[in-house]
Unconditional design. Structure first.
Length: 103
């Protein structure tokens, strides 16, 4: 009967093999990556990207990509984006003209 108990436990042990490294030592967990403590870079989003989004909304609307009940939200977002881009463009133009007057 002792042999039956050993055989009953054998498949359970075979199902969960122990992980080993290439050197034959058991693996203890994830290996830290050099520089992993540094935070990821900030997302890169600029005015050109926002202008591209504005164009995409315009094209999608023209092609009928939105349902009628979605058009209000799309229009409001498009108008907010347009207003923001106009404001930023004016600021950039003012800075350039001030820079030309001072330089």
């Amino acid at each position: 009967m002792a042999e039956e108990n050993k055989n009953a436990n054998a498949p359970a042990e075979a199902e969960a093999p122990k992980k080993e490294t290439a050197s034959g030592a058991p693996a203890s967990g994830p290996v830290p990556t050099p520089g992993a403590d540094t935070p990821p870079p900030a997302p890169d989003l600029n005015i050109n990207d926002l202008n591209a989004v504005k164009s995409i909304i315009d094209i999608a609307t023209t092609r009928g990509a939105f349902k009628a009940n979605e058009l209000e939200a799309v229009g409001k977002t498009y108008n907010k984006l347009s207003t923001f881009l106009e404001h930023v463009t004016k600021q950039q133009q003012e800075q350039q003209s001030q820079g030309n007057n001072n330089g």
